[in-house]
Structure formats: structure tokens, C-alpha cells
Write a protein that binds this ligand. Structure first.
Ligand SMILES: C[S@@+](CC[C@H](N)C(=O)[O-])C[C@H]1O[C@@H](n2cnc3c(N)ncnc32)[C@H](O)[C@@H]1O
Length: 162
């Protein structure tokens, strides 16, 4: 019975992610390398990955000394990320939150990473413009914002400032 309830809950979460976010698809390492290069972050800055999947982006930036936060609604991926962070000994720099990213205030972050999907980009652009610091840097994989001005594009990764 518990297994059945857990399975149903997982399906509901995956369905929710399809409507209010993107389905799980891990970002290729070469795109993560491009994000790192385009963002040029310094130690002391704070990054957020919206929909952090298995935590690979959060882990990559944390390895470089950046305080990195991931928000993820799939509990299996949250558990996997936490396991990977612990294994890498990055608990002081990498943080995963089991939370819907639409309910997160983005004002404390210096950089945002996103592997989203077309139908959320307009709503997310409005949220970013409303909440973020004026000097925030944003990188998206593949999908682009409708109005935000792109600063650079490389390897299908786009860098934006607001
Ligand atoms: C395309 S994957 C990207 C994973 C990771 N950022 C990467 O690039 O490897 C999108 C992730 O966002 C999560 N997601 C979708 N909607 C979400 C929401 N509203 N809040 C938090 N996470 C969400 C999905 O569960 C999925 O793991």
C-alpha cells in the first residue's frame, strides 16, 4: 500500500513538472562547462539552478567554490543529489531544496542556471525581472526568454543580463 501511494505521488509530481516546469533531462557536461565559462562567477557569489535534477550543475559550481542552491520537486532526484553532494564532500557549498522553484524568491542570487522548456520561459522572465538583483546573470540551455536581451550565445547556452 505504501509503495502504491509513493508511486502515485511520484506520478503526480512528474505530471506537475511537465506543466509547471520541464521534465527531467540531465544537461550534458560540455553545456555545463559552457555555463561555467559564460557566467564567470567569483567565490562569495550565490548561484541557483531552477529544477536541479540530479544536482550536476549545483555540484559543478560548488566544486569551484560558489555557494550553489538547487530547487527540485522530484524527491528521487533530490535524494540522488544529496547523495552525490555528500559523496563529493560538498555539503558546505552545495544545497538542494525539495521545493517548487516558483515559490522561491530569487533576489539573493547572483546567477541563475536553467534547463527549462518553451512554455515556462515567459512566466519565468517576468519573475526574474520582478525579483532579481539588477546585475544578476542568467544562463539557459537551449530554450530562450521571449524578451530578455541575450548577451552571448555559445554551444546552445545563452547568457542574459536584465
Ligand atoms: C530538464 S531537467 C534539468 C535538470 C538539471 N538542471 C540539469 O540541467 O541537469 C528539469 C528539472 O526541473 C524539475 N522541475 C520541473 N518543474 C519544477 C518546479 N516547478 N520546481 C522545481 N523543480 C522542477 C524537474 O523535475 C527536472 O528534474
Amino acid at each position: 500500500m505504501i509503495a502504491l501511494i509513493s508511486l502515485v505521488l511520484l506520478f503526480v509530481i512528474i505530471f506537475y513538472a511537465l506543466i509547471f516546469g520541464a521534465p527531467y533531462a540531465p544537461l550534458a557536461q560540455n553545456r555545463i562547462d559552457t555555463m561555467v565559462r559564460l557566467l564567470t562567477l567569483r567565490k562569495g557569489q550565490k548561484l541557483v539552478d531552477l529544477g536541479s535534477g540530479d544536482g550536476r550543475i549545483v555540484i559543478e559550481f560548488a566544486k569551484r567554490g560558489i555557494e550553489s542552491h538547487g530547487y527540485e520537486i522530484n524527491p528521487v532526484l533530490v535524494a540522488l543529489s544529496l547523495f552525490k553532494i555528500r559523496k563529493a564532500g560538498l555539503q558546505k557549498k552545495a544545497f538542494i531544496h525539495f521545493k517548487d522553484f516558483w515559490s522561491v524568491n530569487l533576489s539573493e542570487f547572483d546567477a541563475i542556471t536553467l534547463y527549462g522548456i518553451t512554455h515556462i520561459m515567459g512566466r519565468l522572465e517576468k519573475k526574474i525581472k520582478k525579483e532579481c538583483k539588477p546585475d544578476v546573470k542568467i544562463v539557459t540551455n537551449y530554450f530562450r526568454f521571449p524578451d530578455l536581451k541575450a548577451i552571448r550565445q555559445e554551444n546552445r547556452v545563452t547568457l542574459y543580463k536584465i
